[in-house]
Ligand binder design. Structure first.
Ligand code: ATP
Ligand code: MG
Length: 391
């Protein structure tokens, strides 16, 4: 069983003087991800994060948790050799190969890195000498420097590490290194994927769900809670704001032309989400919109929806085909929940022939018909928000 992992990161290595902020965020996210899985010590180490596992732990579970930590480019289970003394090091690397590979009829290459530039051998020298040692100890091995079946990586730091398993991480940047955004989370397929994508860039999330009881059921709400929980497996803890949208929807339904209902509802969702976002210190809104997917997502409709927000609205799926979104939803584990057949607040009040080229002028005029009660209804909706802590 491996007693340690070496964690590599890619992009955060490029951040100049701010690099330590990214490294600290990554270290903290790794700590949180492993918190419930046992005792682990997580530390920074010159361009890497090092995890030591002093006690028994579940390897599969630990690797699965690390694969959800944004910012990790690869996860390498390592054997630690306490001394960089050449005798002990070669011995240790040989023992690693012996323990890892019962059948040693494979081609290999040694790759070496030394953080200690004063080490008495250069990296190429370490490779060739270590290679020679391994060939001597295991005669079935063969060297292939261009296309080896196994790469034996040796890193000489304060201690020495050897590894040959490299598990890809999710990439991206550690959550918390890039501010916070408010996700408009429905029960559909798209918005959870949008949240995942934004949080993969290091953004922490809060989420808003518009609920319309009794037209939408408790089960529809539970589905959104389940989706938020899934996303928080990557994005970390988040607050889910559940807004009671029924009265606003009914009022719009009573006062406005039915073919404009969806657009007007979407505009009120954006307004409310923006208010909550401001309260939460968010720097932008996130939606699962994609050009042309439905009537409310034509370029005209998007312009009309966008017009009511002053915050940037991030739409990571804007140019994605539905099938690519579905693929991602399956990959991140939200798809099965998203396709549960519960009613959505938009579909209940949807018109048979919604406008696909709404004119902002016309929409503003229609919204004028809401003047009498809308401010009061918005205030009520904001005052009765239910906050659910997720993760
Ligand atoms: P999704 O699969 O995300 O529900 P959709 O194709 O159903 O997307 P729309 O219903 O037009 O699209 O919604 C577009 C976006 O508006 C959603 O991706 C989501 O960000 C937001 N949204 C829609 N309905 C709600 C809701 N009830 N609560 C919160 N956000 C919503
Ligand atoms: Mg939807």
């Amino acid at each position: 069983m491996f007693k340690a992992f070496l964690i590599k990161y890619a992009e955060i290595g490029l951040k100049g003087n701010n690099r330590y902020l990214f490294e600290n965020a990554l270290r903290d996210r790794i700590k949180e991800a492993l918190e419930r899985l046992g005792k682990f010590e997580v530390s920074k180490e010159q361009g890497r994060i090092f995890i030591s596992c002093p006690e028994e732990y579940d390897y599969e579970e630990t690797v699965a948790a690390l694969k959800r930590v944004f910012g990790i480019s690869s996860i390498c289970p390592v054997a630690v050799i306490d001394s960089s003394d050449w005798e002990l090091l070669t011995q240790g690397v040989g023992d690693y190969v012996e323990a890892m590979y019962k059948d040693r009829s494979f081609t290999f290459k040694v790759e070496a890195k030394r953080a200690d530039k004063n080490y008495f051998l250069t990296s190429p020298e370490i490779c060739s000498r270590m290679g020679a040692y391994l060939l001597g100890r295991f005669p079935q091995l063969k060297v292939d420097v261009s296309n080896p079946e196994v790469r034996i990586n040796v890193e000489i730091r304060t201690k020495c590490y050897v590894y040959s398993i490299v598990i890809p991480g999710p990439g991206g940047m550690p959550v918390g290194s890039n501010g916070k955004a408010m996700l408009l989370l429905s029960g559909g397929i798209d918005s959870p994927v949008a949240g995942y994508m934004i949080s993969k860039r290091g953004v922490s999330l809060a989420a808003t769900y518009f609920h319309a009881p009794p037209y939408t059921s408790e089960r529809a709400k539970q589905k959104v809670v389940d989706l938020a929980t899934r996303i928080s497996g990557y994005a970390g803890k988040m607050k889910l704001f559940v807004v009671n949208f029924t009265d606003i929807q009914l009022y719009i339904y009573d006062q406005c032309p039915h073919e404009e209902l969806t657009i007007i509802m979407r505009r009120y969702m954006m307004r409310i989400a923006e208010k909550l976002a401001q309260q939460e210190g968010c720097l932008g809104l996130v939606t699962g919109e994609s050009i042309g997917q439905v009537a409310s997502q034509t370029m005209y409709s998007l312009a009309a929806t966008n017009e009511v927000c002053s915050m940037p609205v991030y739409r990571p799926l804007i140019a994605f085909d539905k099938k690519d979104i579905v693929e991602l939803a399956k990959e991140i584990g939200t798809f099965e929940t998203s396709i549960q057949p519960f009613e959505d607040c938009c579909t209940i009040f949807v018109a048979k022939h919604p406008v696909i080229k709404p004119s902002i002028k016309v929409i503003n005029k229609s919204e004028g018909k809401l003047a009498e009660r809308i401010e009061q209804l918005l205030e009520e909706a904001l005052n009765t928000v239910e906050v659910i802590e997720i993760g």
